[in-house]
Ligand binder design. Structure first.
Ligand SMILES: [Zn+2]
Length: 170
């Protein structure tokens, strides 16, 4: 099952046959993400593979993996960059309250239909780092972190350090 993915899947049927899918989604199909992207016209589609399954305790779930590169603007040097994406996800579909003990996020179907594009878009947005910039800390030689907050601290994905760094610049 390669190639193009559908946008919508009928949950009951796909769970029943434990369906596996693999394919690519153009970034132009993810309108919510587009505003964050530099230029989706030249971007490669993201690769997605996923399965509909029952969890060991019988809840319906969709589990998969997203891979790709998102073209963005580096917040340090304002030049283009590609943010690599390589993330797993698992969501319970229309879970009842007693399924919540799993700690997994829940996604609601639309009358039994699941919108895959919306799911992928949401997962990608949740997976974005708070501050998006080149791995090379010297990509902007004019950019100097203030002495007490420090670049290293902000790089730790610590939202408070990032916030402090931001305030320091204002
Ligand atoms: Zn940069």
């Amino acid at each position: 099952m390669q190639g193009k993915l559908q946008q919508s899947y009928r949950v009951a049927r796909e769970i029943e046959r434990n369906a596996l899918f693999e394919g690519r989604i153009a970034l132009s199909q993810l309108p919510g993400l587009r505003d964050l992207l530099l230029d989706d016209a030249v971007a490669d589609p993201v690769s997605v593979r996923f399965e509909f399954r029952r969890t060991p305790w019988g809840a319906r779930s969709i589990r998969g993996h997203i891979e790709g590169r998102l073209p963005m603007t580096c917040e340090r040097c304002l030049q283009p960059m590609e943010l690599p994406v390589d993330q797993d996800f698992e969501l319970l579909i229309d879970a009842r309250e007693e399924d919540d003990r799993s700690g997994l996020e829940v996604i609601r179907s639309d009358d039994g239909w699941l919108d895959l594009y919306a799911l992928v878009e949401e997962e990608l947005m949740l997976g974005l780092p708070l501050i998006r910039r080149h791995d090379d800390v010297d990509c902007n030689r004019y950019w100097k972190p203030s002495a007490d907050t420090g670049e290293a601290e902000a790089e730790n994905d610590n939202p408070f350090a990032a916030l402090a760094a931001l305030k320091g610049k204002l």
